[in-house]
Design a protein around this ligand. Structure first.
Ligand code: ATP
Ligand code: MG
Ligand code: FE
Length: 352
């Protein structure tokens, strides 16, 4: 049987088809970045409208690439057994587009419905390149909307050690890029610039570095960067963008790494992994490898292509639930605040 998975929690309309062994037969991502870029961030109302415009085309393209050249009317005869869909967290107006589409498919083609928690998808994306990843381990989930350290005690058994008390890491990248007029999203452009700059050029604050817990705070750093930009502008000095980017990145990374090291030591695990859009950041990956490899801790990251939002990662979660017989009723509602662990199936094995 095949599982179709749907992702529409933010500004990507994505679908994938996964077979029963976990092989991704097709994965399509339609991004709306161009429609949000001029606003310097995702505009929720635009996101939901673009999802409704894109979703049928993404569906047809995904089935075509999976080698399933049939229309909705012949789906009943197909090999599809279930539809997995991101039901939260995310933008509610964006989530409901995917959830409604999934429900419609399930009713129309007699398929089983499976709700998936978006951040669990980001976590599972580590399995694409590291299929032997096994709990217990510590995971850092860093994306546009979330920043958390998690002790993964078993698949589906998540102890959230700490989260951000204000902005997410990806959000900080986006807001700094916006302040510099570098467009949206900020992560890729800032990491490209930082490669040419010095991380020691400007001293930015490392918030909560010594707070003794696993909480993060990013909004003060964002303000410090903006204050610095304004100061340089007032003084008529040109801003060295690579130095600024590298120094900002270093401030973020120092705190992320220090807390990750503490979490790994306190839990006594020997595996650490990163998930979410910010996991694509090369300096962050290198910093983790630098501190953990000498401690004998294996560092796992998703493939670059699976760090940002995609449906293939949702497919892994959906397949786990499918194998465990964990399904959702057709009364399923999107939950914009769904916690990590919502809808999961602790008993389900990870697909081989
Ligand atoms: P969430 O997963 O919390 O719901 P989201 O789905 O909007 O939020 P993702 O798509 O997972 O977030 O990640 C997007 C974020 O990742 C953006 O904030 C973007 O700036 C950031 N990002 C992407 N590439 C990089 C990079 N190379 N370095 C740093 N940040 C990056
Ligand atoms: Mg996105
Ligand atoms: Fe995401």
């Amino acid at each position: 049987p095949l599982v179709l998975s749907i992702e529409s929690s933010c500004d990507e309309t994505a679908m994938a088809v996964t077979d029963s062994r976990g092989v991704v037969c097709a994965s399509v991502v339609a991004t709306q970045i161009d429609f949000h870029a001029r606003f310097g961030g995702v505009v929720p109302e635009i996101a939901s409208r673009k999802h409704t415009e894109a979703i049928v085309g993404v569906f047809e393209e995904t089935l075509a690439r999976a080698g399933a050249h049939f229309g909705v009317d012949t789906l009943v005869a197909s090999d599809l057994a279930a539809v997995g869909v991101t039901a939260g967290p995310g933008l509610v107006g964006a989530l409901v587009v995917g959830v409604a589409f999934a429900k419609g498919l399930c009713v129309g083609a007699d398929l089983m419905l499976i709700a998936v928690q978006h951040l669990e998808g980001h976590l599972m994306a580590n399995l694409f390149d590291t299929p032997d990843l096994r709990p217990p381990f510590v995971a850092s989930l860093v994306s546009g909307g979330n920043t958390m350290l998690v002790h993964v005690r078993a698949w589906g058994d998540y102890q959230v050690l700490g989260t951000t008390i204000d902005d997410a890491v990806g959000e900080a990248f986006d807001k700094v890029a916006k302040a510099l007029g570098l467009g949206y999203p900020g992560g890729p452009v800032i990491s490209r610039l930082s490669a040419q700059g010095s991380p020691r050029a400007i001293r930015f604050p490392r918030a909560m570095l010594h707070s003794g817990d696993y909480s993060f705070s990013l909004s003060g750093l964002k303000t410090a960067v903006i204050t610095y930009i304004e100061g340089e502008n007032r003084a008529g000095r040109p801003i060295n963008l690579p130095d600024l980017a590298a120094s900002f990145e270093a401030a973020v990374i120092d705190v992320q790494v220090a807390k990750a090291v503490r979490a790994v030591e306190e839990t006594g695990v020997s595996d650490f992994c990163v998930g979410g859009g910010v996991a694509a950041n090369a300096s962050l990956r290198a910093a983790y490898r630098g501190v953990f490899e000498k401690r004998g801790v294996r560092v796992t990251v998703p493939p670059f292509s699976a760090c940002g939002d995609n449906a293939a990662m949702i497919g892994i979660c959906a397949l786990r639930s499918y194998n465990a017989g964990v399904f959702s009723p057709l009364t399923l509602d999107a939950n914009p605040n769904a916690p990590l662990g919502a809808w999961t199936s602790p008993a389900a094995p990870v697909p081989p």
